[in-house]
Design a protein around this ligand. Structure first.
Ligand code: SF4
Length: 314
């Protein structure tokens, strides 16, 4: 881990102090390099953050989650759909795209995987039927970046639309529950994307949208400069907490004290539960548990007419 100058101007770590006359007091604080997901990981649970971003080597993760596989598959298919030549950019392009980048990990068995594939293809076909294929977005899985006095922030937005001269942040969701405007308003990631996109594209970016593919609904919120600033300020506070924890660790603090646990409902879904005593009491979840309510097992497998061969076919 890097050693940063302390406020007193003395470098710590490895037991070597640096004399103050070298002028470290005058050096600017190093910016905290981060993505929204890195900040959210710490806000959710500092210990989980430590395992994911600080511990090297990182502890082994648990098995892959089917819902993550589904989310990744759908996101990649939608990204690649925009790369299809515009004259062929229709729903008929989707089976090939989804099949080509389908992620197979985490499903209970082939039958469940096929049912989920068919359901996902249905979501995608309904979704793109509502898009104008000739209206290419400003960016698709586009990385945007910005700096503040504390943060060197970057993040990859699923889609950034150009509408009425403004940039609009679009985030795809494939989870089981629908989302509302409060989810869009409260999303740190969406607000930070808007903050960064406004700088990158040099155009107003205040509207953020969650597109929930299973229900075909859109949860939108229009930020104000003040609400964006509140999110940025919150992100900076989290970054300061992380930097303080990392500094404490660097100076010899107990890792479990520098990065405390935050046990709760998320523990059941935590990749590091097996190495965290605080997660031991959380209910155990199968890797496909979140999928079961997305695609109930009672739903018989129905091969979509366009879906042959299925993704489970080698
Ligand atoms: S199991 Fe729970 S408390 Fe432990 S690291 Fe994961 S989220 Fe944090």
């Amino acid at each position: 881990m890097s050693r940063t100058p302390t406020p007193s101007g003395r470098r710590t770590g490895r037991g070597k102090d640096v004399p103050e006359q070298l002028g470290f007091d005058l050096m600017p604080e190093r910016l905290f390099v981060c993505t929204p997901s890195k900040l959210t990981a710490y806000a959710d649970c500092p210990r989980r953050y430590r395992h994911a971003y600080v511990d090297r080597p990182a502890p082994p993760k648990g098995p892959a989650w089917a819902h993550n596989s589904l989310g990744a598959s759908v996101h990649t298919a939608l990204r690649n759909w925009w790369d299809v030549p515009v004259e062929r950019r229709g729903p008929e392009a989707l089976p090939r795209l989804l099949r080509a980048t389908w992620v197979r990990e985490g499903y209970r068995d082939d039958e469940q995987e096929r049912a989920v594939y068919d359901r996902a293809l249905g979501w995608l076909e309904s979704y793109v039927a509502g898009l104008d294929p000739e209206q290419s977005p400003l960016g698709v899985e586009r990385t945007v970046a910005a700096k503040t006095s504390v943060l060197a922030l970057s993040g990859r937005a699923d889609r950034i639309d150009a509408r009425d001269g403004e940039a609009v942040i679009v985030d795809y969701k494939t989870g089981r529950t629908g989302l509302d405007a409060d989810d869009a308003r409260g999303s740190l990631a969406l607000a930070l994307y808007a903050f960064a996109a406004e700088r990158v594209f040099r155009r107003r970016c205040r509207t953020v949208e969650l597109h929930h593919l299973p229900t075909g609904t859109v949860a939108a919120h229009e930020h104000t400069p003040e609400s964006i600033a509140r999110h940025v300020s919150r992100a900076e506070d989290t970054a300061r907490d992380i930097m303080a924890a990392e500094r404490a660790l660097d100076e010899g603090a107990d890792p479990d004290e520098a990065f405390p646990t935050n046990p709760g409902a998320l523990c059941s879904w935590c990749d590091y539960r097996r190495v965290c005593p605080a997660g031991a009491d959380a209910p155990n979840r199968d890797p496909w548990a979140a999928i079961e309510s997305t695609v109930p097992t009672a739903v018989p497998h129905q091969q979509h007419p366009d879906a042959a061969p299925s993704p489970t076919t080698p």
